[in-house]
Write a protein that binds this ligand. Structure first.
Ligand code: TMP
Length: 252
C-alpha cells in the first residue's frame, strides 16, 4: 500500500495522502505531549497501541451505526481513513469529575457528575484550546446549530457505547475527547462523521476496582508505566496479546 506525500504533522500523528482520492493514511507516532506541547516525550510502542485501540473502537462504532472516518488498518502504525474537513472543535464528554472540570468548578476528582456533560473547546494551539459555548460556535461559523445537535447526539451515543465496552473490561470511562469532520456525499450534502482517534491519549480510563489511572494522565502527572498501562487497556479489551506492543510480535 503506497502512501502519498505528507500533508500534516501533528503532535501524535502524521497524515499522508492516501492511495485513492478522498482517503488519507494516518501514521501513529510514539511522541507524547501534554499541556499544549510544554511537556514532551517519546514513549516506545504508544503509536502501535493507539493505532490498534482506535481501530478496535472505531470499527465497533461503525458497526452500531455511528459513522467514522476509519476505513481499515494498514499495518502496525498506520490506518486508512476518509479525508474530512475537520471541525475546529474538541468535543469532551464527562461522566466523572477529573482534570479541567474538577479544577474549574472546584469538584473532587472522582466525584460522579449529576449526568454526562458535553463541552466544546476551540481547537487552537496558540490559544490553548479555550472552552467555547454554542453561541461562539455558531457566531464564528465553526459549525451550525444542526451540526451541534448532531455532535451532541453522536457524542452521547459514543459515550453510552464506550462506557459499556470499557465497563466490561473492568475500566471506568471517566471522560474523553472526540473530533468530528465534514464529508460531502454524492448529493453534495455535508454530514459529520467521527474523526481523529479514540485511545488512552484522548480518554481518562480508571481501573473500576482500584481507580488506578490507565491513560495519558500517567504521562501528564509523571506516574510512570505509561505504555504498560495502554497495553493493559488493549489486553483487557482482548485486542493485544500478553506480550504487549512490540512490532516484532505481529505479522503485518
Ligand atoms: P481536560 O480535563 O484536561 O479538559 O480533558 C478532558 C478529556 O479530554 C480527557 O479525557 C483528556 C482529553 N483531552 C485531549 O484528548 N486532548 C487535549 O488537548 C485535552 C486538553 C484533553
Amino acid at each position: 500500500m503506497s502512501r502519498g506525500k505528507k500533508l500534516y504533522e501533528g503532535k501524535a500523528k502524521i497524515l499522508y495522502e492516501g492511495p485513492e482520492p478522498g482517503t488519507l493514511v494516518a501514521h501513529f507516532k510514539d511522541d507524547a505531549t501534554a499541556f499544549n506541547n510544554k511537556k514532551r516525550a517519546t514513549l516506545e510502542g504508544k503509536g502501535v497501541l493507539n493505532n490498534r485501540i482506535s481501530e478496535f473502537i472505531m470499527t465497533q462504532l461503525n458497526s452500531i451505526g455511528v459513522p467514522t472516518h476509519f476505513i481499515r488498518r494498514l499495518n502496525m502504525r498506520e490506518q486508512l481513513v476518509r479525508e474530512v474537513e475537520i471541525v475546529p472543535l474538541e468535543v469532551v464528554v464527562r461522566n466523572v469529575a477529573a482534570g479541567s472540570i474538577a479544577k474549574r468548578l472546584g469538584l473532587e476528582e472522582g466525584e460522579a457528575l449529576p449526568r454526562s456533560i458535553v463541552e466544546f473547546y476551540y481547537k487552537n494551539d496558540a490559544l490553548e484550546d479555550p472552552m467555547v459555548s454554542e453561541e461562539h460556535i455558531t457566531a464564528f461559523n465553526w459549525a451550525t446549530t444542526q451540526d451541534i445537535d448532531d455532535m451532541l447526539a453522536m457524542s452521547l451515543r459514543v459515550n453510552d457505547f464506550m462506557s459499556g465496552l470499557f465497563a466490561g473490561a473492568g475500566i471506568r470511562l471517566v471522560d474523553f475527547k472526540l473530533e468530528y469532520g465534514r464529508v460531502y456525499d454524492q448529493n453534495d450534502m455535508p454530514r459529520l462523521i467521527l474523526a481523529d482517534e479514540i485511545s488512552p491519549d484522548s480518554c481518562r480510563l480508571w481501573d473500576i476496582e482500584t481507580n488506578e489511572k490507565m491513560d495519558k494522565d500517567r504521562f501528564r502527572r509523571d506516574l510512570g508505566n505509561v505504555t504498560e498501562a495502554y497495553a493493559e487497556v488493549a489486553r483487557r479489551l482482548g485486542i493485544m496479546k500478553e506480550n504487549g506492543p512490540s512490532e516484532a510480535n505481529e505479522a503485518k
